[in-house]
Design a protein around this ligand. Structure first.
Ligand code: HEC
Ligand code: HEC
Length: 377
């Protein structure tokens, strides 16, 4: 029943759409990962990738001819032979389904892809305190760094793998002239074999997955906080939590949330109020008992006692140092290093310690990436 003579129908439309969705969601998620304030978009794209990965693994067991793992060519001698033929450009008929290289590529990509999405979800929960796993933030905050590395290097590995894959396809296309690029567009390969036929329930499964992936993407994009992206930390109303602190320490600048500095730093700040960054704060301004109450509050809620990303990272970056300012911590400097000095000349910003100018809801202890309102001009 070959519709085109000399060609085999290998990739049904659902498979092709899913292939391109995977390629596109990975690429865009990869690009957005370099921008802190695009984390939300990154996560939405990551969810497409996640759904496609799960689908593809199931498809590998139940799917049609050429798609199932048991049709993959995974013997090493075969792979070696494949490459040696390719390098010598000796014409062999290409297999209708996966060739040895693309068999290995798919298995490997699904493995690394699984690592990427799992570590991504965990990182989102543990580091950002968001998503399904936000409840893990309090107990596993020490794993932020390692999870971040796993997620990042797995993604680099995947990107490198994609590069090899594209190189391979280009070689097929332009050197061996097997028309491989077209096969993922129109579904046909120039070879011999039987056409693939997809049972209706499998088509339904493929189309449902495509719809779910797209709907999930728009669901995340269109609302900041939903059950997939919910954050554990909400705004803290210091005015209610500790009115004295909010009033007295929020008089000249917005009150810096206690979790931004360690205990020793707060002790240093409060120990020298008579020379507070050039200002003189006396007991006439803040009474002795108010100072004691503020100190108690700051020490009880310092960076050491918080599992927020910013607290953990500030503590990690400090080592033994205990500076008096947040802007003196290596973490703060590192994360803001791309902001040009000229930005602080802006009349609405004025100073780097004016966090509120660039972080919406800063006065409520909110440092969510989505609330960054400064855009490099
Ligand atoms: C009289 C005004 C005034 C009051 C009241 C005041 N501060 Fe400050 N604070 C300043 C100034 C000025 C700076 C220097 C940075 C700036 O220009 O905003 C500063 C800076 C800071 C910084 C360092 C910010 C950075 O750069 O990382 C911390 C921490 C801080 N204040 C804590 C407090 C605390 C805690 C209280 C309450 C006990 C308090 N401040 C009350 C004027 C004040
Ligand atoms: C001139 C604008 C500006 C000022 C002022 C500013 N920030 Fe930021 N901040 C940014 C930008 C932009 C980013 C994102 C940086 C990036 O992604 O490269 C950021 C990132 C951060 C992050 C990391 C967020 C995350 O979840 O990864 C923290 C924490 C943070 N800022 C804290 C502060 C604090 C505390 C202050 C005040 C002492 C402050 N910032 C002042 C612009 C500013």
């Amino acid at each position: 029943m070959n519709k085109k003579s000399g060609y085999v129908f290998v990739w049904p439309i659902g498979t092709r759409i899913i292939h391109w969705m995977m390629a596109l969601s990975f690429t865009t998620a990869f690009i957005t990962s370099f921008y802190e304030d695009l984390l939300h978009d990154h996560v939405a794209l990551g969810f497409i990738f996640l759904i496609i990965i799960i689908y593809r693994i199931i498809w590998g067991f139940v799917g049609p001819r050429y798609a199932t793992f048991n049709t993959f060519k995974l013997s090493l001698p075969e792979l070696k032979l494949y490459f040696s033929e390719k390098i010598q450009n000796r014409w062999r008929q290409i297999p209708a389904g996966h060739n040895p290289a693309s068999s290995w590529f798919t298995i490997w990509a699904l493995g690394v892809g699984t690592i990427i999405v799992t570590s991504g979800l965990l990182l989102y929960g543990i580091q950002e305190a968001k998503g399904f796993f936000r409840f893990l933030n309090s107990d596993f905050s020490q794993y932020m760094g390692i999870l971040d590395s796993i997620h990042k290097y797995a993604a680099y590995l995947f990107a490198f793998w994609v590069f090899l894959h594209i190189t391979g396809v280009m070689i097929e296309q332009f050197w061996h002239k097997t028309g491989m690029v077209l096969s993922m567009i129109n579904g046909y390969k120039k070879t011999q074999g039987e056409d693939t036929q997809v049972k209706p329930y499998l088509s339904f499964f493929a189309y449902t997955t495509i719809v779910i992936a797209i709907v999930t993407y728009f669901f995340i994009i269109s609302s900041n906080y939903n059950f997939l992206t919910m954050q554990k930390y909400t705004n803290v109303y210091y005015k209610e939590v500790h009115p004295v602190f909010d009033k007295e320490c929020g008089d000249c600048h917005s009150a810096y949330p206690p979790f931004l500095l360690p205990k020793k730093s707060w002790e240093r700040v409060l120990g020298k109020l008579d020379n507070h960054f050039g200002e003189e704060i006396t007991e006439a301004n803040i009474s002795r008992s108010e100072q004691a109450s503020i100190k108690e509050f700051l020490l009880a809620n310092s960076a050491e006692s918080s599992t927020r990303e910013v607290s953990v990272k500030i503590m990690e970056s400090l080592g033994d140092r205990r500076p008096k300012a947040i802007t003196k911590t290596p973490y703060w400097r590192e994360i803001h290093k791309d902001i040009p000095k000229s930005a602080y000349k802006d009349k609405d910003i004025k100073d780097k310690s004016n966090c509120k100018a660039c972080h919406k809801d800063f006065e409520y202890g909110n440092l969510d990436d989505m609330n960054i309102i400064y855009k490099n001009k």
